[in-house]
Design a protein around this ligand. Structure first.
Ligand SMILES: Cc1cc2nc3c(=O)[nH]c(=O)nc-3n(C[C@H](O)[C@H](O)[C@H](O)COP(=O)(O)OP(=O)(O)OC[C@H]3O[C@@H](n4cnc5c(N)ncnc54)[C@H](O)[C@@H]3O)c2cc1C
Length: 412
């Protein structure tokens, strides 16, 4: 390996662009190649289910950097290019056209893909997934032509798209196998807030249902048949039942894959010269004392910065507190922290839940594991402090909006 051997990043989206930027900022002057399968410049996905989907945010605004930036930074950006193999022993990757490229260090930011719904009819016209710019364009077009849309899955993507569809005047039915939306992430106490939000916007909510098939024919989808025989009629269907990390490259290369590409706290995989970050990485989190794969924007921005530093030989660890956000109708929310499904013993509310202006805290043994501020702003820093401190706090004061979060006493 000589000084002309590039650092190579596979996956030209948010995480890939973030790593490329940090490599330059941290002084890497040598060759740098960023390879992506999509033909678009690296872009941000959150607007695809919000402002961009609603037509409120222009296309130019979703791109992480303009084209010139990659030129100025001497980043060899290869779009529309799929990497088909990694050979860690030879430090070499293969591209779809059979060409090969040697690397000094390799970063995998291959992200994730929507989980397909394995039912008859899922291939019909008018059935959508939402991951790419093209998906968002097609869904927006469907909002114009459809009177009724069925959304399968009441997760973040499904609920945000439901809100966008209502904004476009489309009737919406949400079909979810669990008893409430977002139940695994939020638990029943807070999930109910999102059910009420969508009910108040005239979304038809079907919980505890199983999808048996999608109905329709050559003219496209006409509805969703549930296991109990009910058919929910729809002119378009959006499937949002989760994502799976794009691990095939790593797996075939013999790199350890376990719910994503497994890394240590510096984002190094089981191969010392291969790193992973963003949606695809299942990284050891030193504060949580476990591996965690995070499928959110902030992680795709920050984690690759640590990976880039590690690629340059710096002794670094990624220990940021997980954070994500959503916007639905007039509800804006930020969530800071991490709670395993069912891994809390109490929820404390501060503020007015009915008015959707509050903070919810998930606790275990009196310690705040996570906090979610809904239409309350500029509190992420103190919530993060509470989570990181591991303090056993006074619950009455935690619930009292008159007591600043920065002045909470410990439990007496
Ligand atoms: C519609 C939508 C809305 C979202 N809203 C929010 C939100 O409100 N808040 C939030 O916190 N998060 C949100 N997210 C999640 C957030 O966008 C993701 O966490 C983030 O995009 C992950 O970035 P990434 O770069 O790791 O992966 P990705 O964005 O998945 O990018 C991976 C890239 O790698 C490419 N690739 C894969 N394999 C190869 C290969 N073999 N060769 C070449 N290229 C390859 C893919 O084509 C893709 O372009 C949303 C996601 C979506 C889809």
């Amino acid at each position: 390996m000589d000084a002309n051997t590039p650092h190579v990043i596979v996956g030209a989206s948010l995480a890939g662009a973030s790593a490329a930027r940090t490599l330059r900022e941290e002084g890497w002057q040598g060759p740098l190649v960023l390879i992506g399968e999509e033909s678009e410049l690296p872009y941000e996905r959150p607007p695809l289910s919000k402002g961009y989907l609603m037509g409120a945010e222009p296309r130019e605004k979703v791109f992480v950097h303009p084209q010139e930036w990659y030129r100025e930074q001497r980043i060899d950006l290869r779009l529309g290019t799929r990497v088909t193999a990694v050979d860690p022993a030879a430090h070499r990757i293969t591209l779809q056209d059979g060409a090969t490229l040697d690397y000094a260090k390799l970063l995998l930011t291959t992200g994730s893909s929507p989980r397909p719904l394995p039912v008859p009819g899922a291939e019909l016209d008018g059935v959508h997934y939402l991951r790419t710019l093209g998906d968002s364009d097609r869904l927006r077009a469907a909002f114009r032509s459809a009177d009724r849309i069925a959304v399968i899955g009441a997760g973040w993507i499904g609920l945000e798209a439901a809100a966008a569809a209502r904004g476009a005047g489309v009737q919406v039915a949400v079909l979810e196998s669990a008893g409430l939306p977002l139940l695994r992430v939020l638990g029943p106490e807070v999930a109910e807030v999102f059910a009420a939000l969508h009910r108040d916007h005239d979304v038809q909510l079907h919980f505890g249902v199983q999808v048996q098939s999608l109905t329709g024919g050559p003219d496209g989808v006409t509805g969703v048949r549930l296991a109990d025989g009910t058919v929910v009629e729809a002119d378009a269907v959006l499937i949002g039942i989760g994502i799976t990390p794009n691990t095939a490259l790593a797996q075939a290369a013999g790199i350890t894959v376990e719910n994503g590409v497994k890394t240590d706290q510096s984002l190094r995989t089981s191969d010392p010269d291969v790193f992973a970050a963003g949606d695809v990485a299942n990284a050891y989190h030193p504060l949580l004392g476990r591996h965690l794969r995070v499928e959110h924007w902030a992680n795709a921005v920050h984690q690759p910065r640590t990976a880039a530093r590690a690629m340059l030989g710096q002794d670094v660890a990624f220990d940021r507190t997980p954070y994500f956000f959503t916007d639905q109708y007039d509800l804006g929310m930020e969530y800071t922290g991490y709670v395993e499904p069912g891994g809390y013993d109490r929820v404390v509310f501060r503020g007015d839940v009915a008015a959707r202006e509050f903070i919810a805290f998930w606790l275990s043994g009196g310690r705040v594991l996570a906090g979610m501020n809904v239409n309350v702003w500029d509190v992420t820093d103190p919530i993060r402090e509470l989570v990181r401190s591991g303090r056993v706090v006074d619950l009455a004061k935690l619930a009292d909006p008159a007591v600043p979060l920065t002045e909470l006493p410990d439990a007496g």
